[in-house]
Design a protein around this ligand. Structure first.
Ligand code: IMP
Length: 184
């Protein structure tokens, strides 16, 4: 655990514990970057990040890629400021460019019920990309309600509400350099 992680933990009484330290995240992101660079060595993929939660992971992951790539952003809302999935997903901001015929890698912060991802796969596949794969930093295996393929997973985590490294609780805590668990 780095000093920064510890400092955040001590400062905020609502953070219960660090689940994945910033050092562990950085190590894993580097590994994922190497694997993804091998897979996409003969193409120029588009890394599509899901705002806002996926943006921190996206920014770190792209700097670990050794292949040329483009980036784009999609904003969806599925939660209404709490910790419960509503299952309702709406597009707040669409992609800037066409993905038809392109190799798309969807970069997600977390797959929980899988409902958001299932919906996103449907709307993106309808635009006929050459390929559509998913890279998620976190995977809440036991919370899954629908079966969605995940090509790259950073960490499998228990079914707890987590914050940090892009993930929020009521729009806050995205800045934490680690993945933490809130006090219940
Ligand atoms: P799903 O549709 O249930 O898979 O949820 C996907 C979205 O819910 C993620 O992209 C997050 O924005 C949010 N989410 C799910 N679990 C958590 C969590 O533990 N902390 C913060 N946000 C979460």
């Amino acid at each position: 655990m780095t000093f920064d992680d510890q400092e955040h933990l001590e400062r905020d009484p609502l953070i219960d514990q660090i689940l994945i330290s910033s050092a562990e995240i950085q190590r894993r992101v580097a590994e994922l970057g190497r694997e993804i660079s091998v897979e996409y060595r003969e193409t120029v993929p588009i890394l599509v990040s899901i705002l806002k939660g996926g943006v921190v992971f996206h920014a770190d992951l792209m700097r670990r890629l050794s292949v040329l790539h483009e980036i784009d952003f999609l904003s969806v809302s599925s939660y209404e400021g709490g910790t419960q999935s509503t299952g309702v997903v709406k597009i707040l901001k669409d992609l800037g460019n066409s993905i038809t015929g392109r190799d798309v890698l969807l970069v997600e912060d977390i797959v929980d019920t899988g409902l958001t991802l299932q919906y996103l796969r449907e709307i993106l596949n309808a635009r006929h990309p050459n390929s559509l794969k998913v890279c998620t930093l976190l995977n809440k295996v036991d919370a899954r309600q629908v079966d969605v393929p995940l090509e790259y997973v950073g960490f499998d985590i228990p079914n707890e509400f987590v914050i940090g490294y892009g993930l929020d609780y009521d729009e806050k805590y995205r800045h934490l350099p680690f993945i933490g668990v809130m006090k219940g």
